[in-house]
Design a protein around this ligand. Structure first.
Ligand code: FPP
Length: 248
């Protein structure tokens, strides 16, 4: 069904969607192309999914673009992913800004080339007042690293043990100020968390699809959101209808 309309009521639409964009390498391999061609196709697809997020009314989109473990890939691929980040900023920033997208970064910037760090910071600064969609780019991000970083800062700030609460920890994470993801999408079928948002995902719903990321199109995104909308989120409790039925 091409370009079907989106009919999820705003209160059922996930406010925050996070995506593990997996399968670029296999997408390329299946076409006899180098892995970087898969990342380029994945970047094209990202553009479509950002537009669809704005259209569907998603308010926060977090994408896993480069993990703390990805440094272990061949240097050509690492350099290629660095180049893609730089190229996306160079080519897309003006348009994203015009569309009201606020860019944020989660992870450690320090290990990136100083010129790239500057571009990222400039993009964050330019778009900081936009509020149509917050796009969190997880780049050199790891969930454990994020928690270690938070603990280090909590200790440095001299916080007393009895003052450490969920809410306080949230304020020390890279995602401070961003609501937890309602829905996490993982493409290419792997059933792993892969060190992504491990604190924030405590009550997230998951949508896992065998589709490789470059082929994850607007229609499947819509299906993922509709699947989410039909779920009953209980947060460890029982649903009100179940409770009423068992007490009738
Ligand atoms: C996982 O697929 C994907 C990545 C490690 C990179 C994701 C990056 C993009 C989609 C480009 C967009 C990036 C930016 C900076 C905006 P994989 O390579 O692990 O695939 P495989 O499991 O099939 O090998």
């Amino acid at each position: 069904m091409a370009n079907a309309s989106f009919n999820i009521s705003p209160e059922k639409c996930p406010r925050h969607v996070a995506i593990i964009m997996d399968g670029n390498g296999r997408w390329a391999l299946s076409r006899g192309l180098p892995r970087l061609a898969g990342h380029k196709a994945g970047t094209e697809n990202l553009r479509r999914i950002i537009r669809a997020s704005v259209e569907f009314g998603v308010k926060y989109l977090t994408i896993y673009a480069f993990s703390t473990e990805n440094w272990g890939r061949p240097s050509e691929e690492v350099q290629g992913l660095m180049f893609i980040l730089e190229d996306v900023i160079d080519r897309e920033l003006t348009e994203l800004h015009k569309e009201g997208v606020q860019l944020r970064h989660i992870g450690r910037l320090e290990r990136l080339a100083p010129s790239l760090q500057k571009k990222v910071l400039n993009a964050i600064d330019l778009t900081k007042k936009n509020d149509r969609l917050v796009l969190n780019v997880a780049f050199n991000y790891g969930g454990r690293d994020e928690i270690v970083n938070a603990i280090q800062h909590i200790i440095k700030d001299g916080v007393r043990p009895e003052d450490v609460t969920d809410e306080l920890v949230n304020r020390y994470l890279y995602t401070a100020g961003v609501p937890d993801p309602d829905l996490i999408i993982r493409t290419s079928g792997e059933l792993r968390v892969s060190n992504f948002l491990i604190w924030q995902a405590a009550y997230s719903e998951w949508y896992v699809t065998p589709t490789y990321w470059p082929d994850f199109n607007r229609e499947e995104y819509r299906l993922a959101l509709e699947t989410f909308a039909s779920r009953d989120r209980r947060y460890g409790k029982v649903s009100s209808s179940e409770y009423e039925a068992s007490n009738a």
